[in-house]
Design a protein around this ligand. Structure first.
Ligand SMILES: Cc1ncc(COP(=O)(O)O)c(C=O)c1O
Length: 475
């Protein structure tokens, strides 16, 4: 096996993938061309599109962990298409694979191809825990589609059970059953009635524990409560097909549950006869420092939903399902026109090669960078007490901003808007998350150079320092 490169060589290679000059601002931010296009598109594209409707961003080109807007300004990308671009934008190996495949076979009916065979083999061989070489694959184009199909599989396997248990703060998609599973109010409003038989349980959100307890003294009350609800008569959960939970919780606040969480969830599922599903659409594909975030936990998921990073520059999502369920699914019951699109498959294979490359060791590096980021934020917290919580693993990092660390009252939406706008005006693109919209989440491509990471951290900390009174509600 090839050996890991020394740090200097590795950083030099990573620097080549991005615009080296980022951030480089050549106009006022936002620039005039971006504003004009933004105003037009806000009219002629659906207002339901959440991404980039606050900050007038019109992207033109992107490279690695950086992108250029319409006005020629170059930004550092700490969003990565919302946790998508593990291998960054337009990685030369991905571009080459897409170009080569586009000239050979673009889309075909969802048939078997050598490319699909290769990807299936790769995903089976690298699947975590008991799914390794023991799962079958379904392919879709979006995380929502994959999560929805996963619910269909669970119900079909478990007939006549139909209840689906999910968690407070969850995001699994915004159509059909997944919309009922997703908890953000803005995504649910105006779509009533949502699909039935979906139930939300408390999540291991230790900073704001739903039981007002403290880890580890709590003894994982949240997981115990799940076990109680699933395995006690008269709780209303008497027909559960599946318990579906994000590997790490994303939109709900970039939360990493304690190590006991998943093993306890799995045990409760087993007792209740429910399928245990780990949704790794956002937490998967190297972001946590392991290929799948579930590898950090000692348990056996029955299914994994994947998306985002696997396709990276191409839309590819799907489900890895334990072989034991193969014969329970009804033949031909899930058509999907673009499943197994060969350009997306080619991109995914290239992404696997990049993420698993031992010379670059991007996942080991993500772990080191995550620890480094936490150190910087802990240092900053000494003077910026509005940094209420610092959490994360690998390049899945976040800080929760509060008015006052004693009361934990969330920073206001106005203050958060100022933070995001100020960071953007300095050349760093960030998006928030969390139940109160007060969490800054950091999910740069794994290929971000140390130089760009340091520059980004400098911008974030400087911006928070400048706006700490605003965050505290004193201004
Ligand atoms: C955990 C999780 N599941 C599912 C989805 C839905 O994915 P998509 O937006 O590709 O439909 C997301 C999207 O953010 C997600 O974070």
């Amino acid at each position: 096996m090839a050996k890991k490169l020394d740090n200097k060589t590795r950083e030099a290679r990573l620097e080549e993938l991005s615009y080296p000059e980022a951030p480089k601002l050549v106009t006022e931010i936002p620039g005039p061309k971006s504003i004009a296009m933004f105003q037009k598109m806000m009219q002629y594209e659906t207002p339901q599109r959440p991404a980039g409707t606050v900050i007038p961003l019109a992207a033109q080109e992107a490279k690695g962990a950086t992108f250029m807007d319409l006005d020629g300004n170059v930004f550092i990308d700490f969003v990565a298409g919302v946790g998508v671009k593990s291998t960054g934008s337009c990685h030369p190996k991905v571009v080459e694979a897409i170009q080569e495949q586009a000239g050979k076979l673009g889309h075909h009916i969802d048939s078997i191809t050598p490319l699909k065979e290769k990807l299936v083999d790769k995903m089976r061989a690298t699947a975590p825990h008991g799914l390794k070489d023991n799962c079958f694959l379904s392919f879709f184009q979006s995380g929502t589609g994959a999560a929805e199909a996963c619910v269909k599989q669970c119900r079909m396997i478990q007939q006549p059970r139909n209840q689906v248990v999910v968690f407070e703060g969850a995001y699994h998609g915004v159509f059909g059953t997944t919309n009922a599973m997703t908890t953000g109010e803005g995504y649910r409003k105006g779509y009533d009635p949502l699909m039935p038989y979906v139930y939300h349980m408390p999540y291991a959100y230790c900073y704001r524990c739903p039981f007002n307890l403290e880890y580890p003294k709590c003894g994982m009350e949240c997981a115990k409560y799940l076990d109680y609800k699933l395995n006690t008569p008269y709780t209303g959960l008497d027909n559960v097909a599946a318990v579906i939970c994000e590997g790490l919780q994303g939109e709900g606040g970039y939360i990493v549950p304690p190590k006991e969480w998943w093993p306890m969830v799995k045990k409760a599922c087993e007792k209740a006869g429910a399928i245990c599903v780990c949704d790794e659409v956002q937490s998967g594909f190297g972001r946590s420092g392991k290929l799948w975030a579930s590898e950090w936990y000692d348990f056996e998921p029955d299914m994994i939903v994947f998306g985002k990073g696997v396709g990276n520059d191409q839309p590819l999502a799907g489900v890895m399902t334990d072989m034991k369920f193969h014969d329970k699914l009804i033949l031909q019951s899930q058509p999907n026109t673009f499943a197994g699109n060969s350009i997306a498959l080619a991109a995914a294979l290239a992404n696997f090669e990049i993420v698993l490359d031992p010379e670059m060791d991007l996942m080991g590096r993500a772990q080191e960078l995550g620890e480094y980021m936490q150190k910087r934020f802990k240092e900053a917290q000494k003077s910026i007490e509005q940094i209420g919580d610092i959490r994360g693993i690998g390049l899945w990092q976040s800080i929760e901003l509060v008015k006052d660390p004693g009361t934990k009252e969330p920073a206001s939406q106005e203050a958060m808007g100022e933070v995001l706008g100020r960071a953007f005006s300095k050349g760093l693109f960030l998006v928030p998350c969390g139940r109160y919209g007060n969490v800054l989440r950091f999910m740069p491509p794994l290929v971000i150079s140390k130089k760009h990471l340091d520059k980004s951290l400098d911008i974030i900390i400087e911006t928070l320092e400048e706006l700490k009174d605003t965050l505290a509600g004193k201004k």
